[in-house]
Design a protein around this ligand. Sequence first.
Ligand SMILES: Nc1ncnc2c1ncn2[C@@H]1O[C@H](COP(=O)(O)OP(=O)(O)OP(=O)(O)O)[C@@H](O)[C@H]1O
Length: 564
Amino acid sequence: MALMGPSGSGKTTLLNTLAQRQTATVSGQVLINGQEQPRATHRQVSAFVEQEDTLIGSITVRETLRFGAKLGLPRSIKDSEIDSRVRSVIAQFGLERQTDTLVGTPFRKGLSGGQKRRVSVASQLITGPGVLYLDEPTSGLDSTASFEVMSFIKSIAKQHNLIVIASIHQPSTKTFELFDQVLLLSQGKTCYCGDRTKIPDHFAALGMGLPPMTNPAEHLLDLTNADFSDGQARIERIVNHWRTSESREELDLSLEGVIARSNNSAQSFQDSSAKPGAVNQTLTLLHRAWIKSYRDIVTYWIRVAMYLGLAIMMGTVWLRLSPNQANIQPFINAIFFGSAFMSFMAVAYVPAFLEDRAIFVKERENGLYGPSVFLVSNFIIGLPYLFLISVLFSIIAYWLANLNPTAHSFFMWVMWLFLDLLAAESLVVLVASIIPNFVGALAITAFANGLWMCVGGFLVSLPTLNVFWKYAFHYWDYQAYVFQGMMVNEFSARTYKCGVVSGQEGCTCLYASALEDQCEIAGSAVLKEYGYALDRQGQWVGIMVAIVLGYRLAAWLAMSIRKS
Ligand SMILES: Nc1ncnc2c1ncn2[C@@H]1O[C@H](COP(=O)(O)OP(=O)(O)OP(=O)(O)O)[C@@H](O)[C@H]1O
């Protein structure tokens, strides 16, 4: 069935209402086989293909369909059967030659627009729905590609006894003729609903017959458009004519028949408990995210390169500092840069997360999985990459800057940096879950990281920081714990040479410590100045883990509440 009508006539609203996908206030009933069904049943028996393709660009056509099947089909279905279903859907959509072609990203060319549309529809058909809703399946395609997409859909609909309801804007004559039924809307009202072939007679009775050599779809749109002269009066005539027409009477009668029959027979639909379990779905998402993470440079590799650049820059700016008192402040500054600025740069994760979130929203709408599965897989897939970034950054920057040169201190630094990046990424996930908009999420994450920098205790020492900022924000500032941890790592066991004044005997030490008479400063004196304890790293690690989990939990809450 083609759902047609001029712009703003209510096509999308009706389609969403039928598919039970929106919360707009509507009245009336949506019946399947003559009976009202719960939302979960709608999701089981139907599939919805949105106007925009939300495909993952860095996986192949075969992988797209396989992952779609594994996420949506009951776990009792074996891998071999999934593979054969995938092969058959690929063949039905004429995509054999593109089976192992990537869908395509801005950096790697993949499928054409029409092929992408076919993959979008195919990925919804793999789970074998009975009703398929298509929101403007041909938008953005030229008339040849539109016809091609619709004819594939038509032949599959015939083969599988599938009901297809597609909103469509301005189909060519050939594409229009693929539809059996037409529902014509204008200003939210029905202008015609029924057999396509009966349209010419229906409108001819109104004196609005189809002129020769005219595209029928275009003619119908002209008739129902209120913007033309006499538009309003004409639409009212069309609507009234439909209300009293024979076609309308026939439709009512057949609906009454369906409802009466359904009252005498209980409908049973497929059991939803047979869906794949949360663990299986998490593993499937992890597998898909893993492929995406190594193929798509935007996900992690741009960030790896950026952190490598920053490591070289930091290591050469703070180049081989010797441990003397003049370098104590530069060491502290290096630690601040290594903790605060590194986490600030996590804003580079915003676009990749928003892309994953868009896929999640679509798949949740289709009833595949919820926020827990998405967030757990997102968390796990980030761990190896963040660890890799922490190790690579540290190998370069730590030794070039000559921070405390012991193996133990190096590994402790890597751990602090890893926790830092993990917390920063969790903050991005939280902010982008609440504000799923590129500029908005970027601005708020940058603001939050700016705030954490200011109240961390380095730019303004804790005793000086005013009580509001201290008590409201300092104690859950993840950057503060990383800074403290890195400071203890550098200064707890290292000594620094005091300064010698030329022409004088002895030396002057900037920090008083027990080693003053040997012209040295014990690093612990620096920590004393900042008020940092030497033995609380374990507690700080615990607090960092709690902050990371807190951010992820808050993101889960935001995603559970926010549905779009
Ligand atoms: N039956 C109705 N009664 C009253 N208002 C309606 C009805 N259907 C839709 N609307 C309202 O009309 C507006 C346009 O609806 P919608 O976006 O569904 O139109 P559309 O035909 O899909 O437009 P386009 O082709 O431009 O996407 C929306 O604000 C919607 O809430």
